[in-house]
Design a protein around this ligand. Structure first.
Ligand SMILES: Nc1ncnc2c1ncn2[C@@H]1O[C@H](COP(=O)(O)OP(=O)(O)OP(=O)(O)O)[C@@H](O)[C@H]1O
Length: 237
């Protein structure tokens, strides 16, 4: 099977001179359609950096990113188009636009969809995405009126509204209680059945067990590639 998304010999160096940080060191990995990979590592090990490079948000210092077998880094306009049309990215800091309503925030990816749906369909999909995270009541609210966990769920609804081919989630359950975390992970994993590839960065062992395999990262290097033989999908708490 051809991977949907691939990093080849990716390195990332931040800063220069004595303040230089090697955040990723020659990382290669593949993500296949319909699988969920968990990315684990301690704080500062390079998880967010890898996700943002795979998500075509930032560029590596060296190496290649392939989407559906094509090297996409060199083509700036294509990168932006792919990112908007095929990727759902759940940011660690939510990246919510404060002065827009919840509805407008979740609507954003649909404005950039490869085949933009009509207005009514867009509204229907936004409502469904919010229902899926239990936030339909917050449609007209401003993010400042919501709790941290609710804002996290808005970010999740926004990432999933476009039925993305790839979901990249940076600590998606960090701000959630275990019951909400369970429903959010179940929702993210349900996209696998549609052939969506999922990569989740997490510190949480219970969340990590729900994946098909675990990638561990330490000091910017991938160290193992564990297959989960018997994923336990029942309990997070
Ligand atoms: N913009 C930046 N400028 C300089 N250094 C950075 C920058 N972003 C990250 N780093 C450094 O790169 C390394 C990897 O950071 P990264 O955020 O990718 O780790 P992480 O595993 O996601 O950490 P956490 O679990 O705390 O979010 C760290 O040493 C971090 O300090």
């Amino acid at each position: 099977m051809k991977p949907i998304l691939e990093a080849r010999n990716v390195s990332k160096i931040y800063g220069n001179g004595r303040t230089q940080v090697m955040a990723l060191d020659n990382v290669s990995m593949q993500l296949n359609a319909g699988e969920c990979v968990m990315l684990m590592g301690s704080s500062g090990s390079g998880k967010s950096t890898l996700l943002s490079i795979l998500g075509l948000i930032s560029r590596p210092t060296k190496g290649h990113i392939l989407f559906q077998g094509e090297d996409v880094l060199e083509r700036e306009r294509i990168r932006a188009k792919l990112r908007n049309a095929y990727f759902g990215y759940i940011h660690q800091d939510y990246a919510i636009i404060e002065n827009e309503t919840v509805e407008s925030n979740v609507l954003i990816p649909l404005q950039y969809a490869s085949q933009r749906p009509g207005r009514q369909e867009r509204q229907r999909r936004v409502l469904r995405a919010l229902e899926n995270v239990g936030l339909d009541w917050a449609l007209k609210k401003k993010p400042s009126e919501l709790s941290g966990g609710e804002r996290q769920r808005v970010a999740i609804a926004r990432a999933l509204v476009n039925n993305p081919s790839v979901i990249l989630a940076d600590e998606p359950t960090a701000a959630l209680d275990s019951k909400t975390a369970q429903s959010v992970i179940t929702l993210i994993l349900s996209f696998k059945e549609k052939g969506t590839a999922v990569l989740v960065a997490t510190h949480d062992d219970k969340v990590a067990k729900l994946g098909d395999r675990i990638l561990r990262i330490n000091d910017g290097r991938l160290i193992t590639n564990e297959k989960m033989t018997k994923p336990d999908k029942k309990q997070l708490s």
